[in-house]
Write a protein that binds this ligand. Structure first.
Ligand code: FAD
Length: 465
């Protein structure tokens, strides 16, 4: 057990990022308090504070391994609770223009499929096993409070009083803002008369409609899930059908840039019938719905550049969506949050013997997390800018990057090694710089020469791996 760096740490938000952050802090503080404005269910139920949890939530392999490293035994608990093991690239039928389906191959590892409330419930249970962690529900944090008057540090939070009572002040050595929107951090910076962080925004207007079905007895046996990819720029419609706990399927239908799927079950079935392929419409034809349709519109991805700020309050760390909200269709948010939490834990570990372990901590954290944000951000941005309607600054040379991505996808269809690497990048197991690895480049060149691939007709970009 390492020596404690401080007496008390507070995490605001018991979503996936807050729970992961608490897992990172638990060995380094005498007490860790996790506060959420919601009541926290005693089972895998959705709750008001995370409306997105009613929609399909893919846990990428990079995220699953990060949660496993924060909570050893997490994966076994997930499976015990009903998560469905999925052989990577074998058990999901991926349908994209030109490939119906994309070659299904065993890439050598399992992913796990479950509802977001189940994933959160399992992490919550794992965290609650730690004696020095307190999970406080129905606790709305009104503000993060400055320490002293010179505007360089925070030292407490202000908790809304219950039943109209007085606000409560809770002090801490470290406060992690995992409240999703990051409004608390931005308000803190403003109250200290500091500048707001620069932001990069990508407007995608992606609309979800989701329902859960019991898996019918006559469900196809050659896949466990189906991903019908959007076909940009012609169509931003796509769908993901995945198995979840309790012998159920969760189906999220989506449309980009104003193509909004309907909010009723008949409409949902009709929209499924208009997808490029009939696989999903056929699968749900006789399936009994277990929920009504839930809807969500995701307007824009937002990356806050805290790493570029000249100064940042000591004692405060924003993490998860509070730093970067990704277009959800690539399934990255929970995984990036868990990887950021691992980085926070590893930085704290290096400071165990430091005379002042909190000196420069936010800056060290912001610098280190860029490597886990860069890959998913770039992966999403390249695919998002395949639509001319996408708002934001187009990455330089995007047309060539899109052509390269299509060529790489074609090679991945033909070659298992290339397929594996592209999936490893999309699953956040490897950075995009792996595409510059000399062995990989040589393999691509050989394959391209063999096929004498001079030019190929443009084909669409694709999301989930
Ligand atoms: C439609 C949709 C689909 C998605 N699909 C995927 C997917 O397939 N895979 C994936 O990895 N990610 C997905 N995501 C993203 C994912 O939900 C988030 O990135 C991830 O949950 C991390 O979020 P978070 O914990 O930072 O914030 P949140 O999940 O928003 O949690 C924030 C928590 O803070 C609490 N809170 C907020 N303010 C306060 C306050 N003032 N006081 C106390 N508590 C407060 C809230 O109640 C909530 O519990 C999806 C998102 C959307 C919108």
């Amino acid at each position: 057990m390492p020596p404690f760096l401080g007496k008390h740490a507070i995490v605001v938000g018991a979503g996936m990022a807050g729970l992961a952050a608490a897992g990172a802090l638990v060995d380094y503080f005498e007490r860790v308090t996790v506060l959420d404005r919601d009541g926290l269910p005693s089972d895998a139920a959705p709750r008001a504070g995370t409306p997105q949890a009613r929609h399909v939530h893919v846990l990428l392999a990079g995220g699953q391994r990060a949660f496993e490293s924060l909570f050893p035994g997490f994966t076994a608990e997930l499976v015990k609770a009903g998560a469905v093991p999925m052989r990577m690239a074998l058990d999901v039928r991926s349908e994209m223009a030109g490939y119906d389906p994309f070659p299904q191959r065993d890439l050598g590892w399992d992913n796990y499929s479950m509802s977001r409330p189940l994933a959160e419930y399992v992490v919550r249970k794992e965290l609650a096993k730690r004696a020095n962690v307190e999970l406080r529900e129905n606790s709305h944090v009104n503000a993060i409070v400055a320490a002293g008057t010179n505007g360089t540090a925070v030292g407490a939070i202000r908790l809304a009083g219950r039943h109209g009572g007085e606000d409560e002040i809770l002090s801490a050595d470290l406060i992690v803002d995992a409240s999703g929107r990051g409004a608390l951090t931005l308000a803190t910076l403003q109250s200290m008369a500091g500048p707001a962080p620069a932001e990069t925004r990508i407007g995608v207007d992606f609309a979800y409609s989701t329902a859960i079905f019991s898996i019918p007895d006559d469900a196809p046996g050659d896949w466990k899930g189906v991903f019908t990819f959007p076909n940009p720029p012609a169509s931003g419609r796509g769908a993901l059908l995945m198995p979840i706990e309790g012998e159920r399927w969760i189906l999220s239908l989506g449309g980009a840039h104003g193509d909004v799927p309907p909010g009723d079950l008949d409409g949902l079935r009709a929209f499924a019938g208009e997808l490029r392929t009939a696989t999903i419409a056929r699968a749900i034809k006789g399936a009994k719905p277990a929920t009504e349709v839930a809807r969500f519109v995701f307007r824009e991805s937002v990356r806050r550049h805290f790493e570029r700020m000249a100064s940042f309050p000591r004692g405060l760390i924003p993490l998860g969506d509070a730093v970067c909200r990704f277009n959800p269709i690539y399934g990255q948010g929970m995984s990036v949050a868990a990887q950021e939490a691992c980085i926070l834990r590893d930085i704290l570990a290096t400071r165990a013997a430091a005379p002042d372990p909190f000196e420069g901590l936010p800056q060290a954290f912001f610098a280190a997390i860029q490597e886990v944000i860069d890959t998913p951000w770039a992966t999403a941005a390249v695919a998002d800018f395949a639509y001319p309607q996408t708002r934001g600054e187009r990455p330089p040379d995007i047309e060539n990057t899109l052509k390269l991505a299509v060529a790489l996808n074609d090679l991945a269809a033909r070659d298992a090694d290339i397929h594996k690497l592209t999936v490893e990048v999309r699953q956040l197991l490897k950075p995009r710089s792996a595409y510059r690895d000399p062995a990989f480049v040589a393999r691509v060149q050989t394959l391209m020469a063999q096929a004498q691939m001079a030019t190929t007709a443009p084909r669409p970009m694709h999301g989930h791996g």
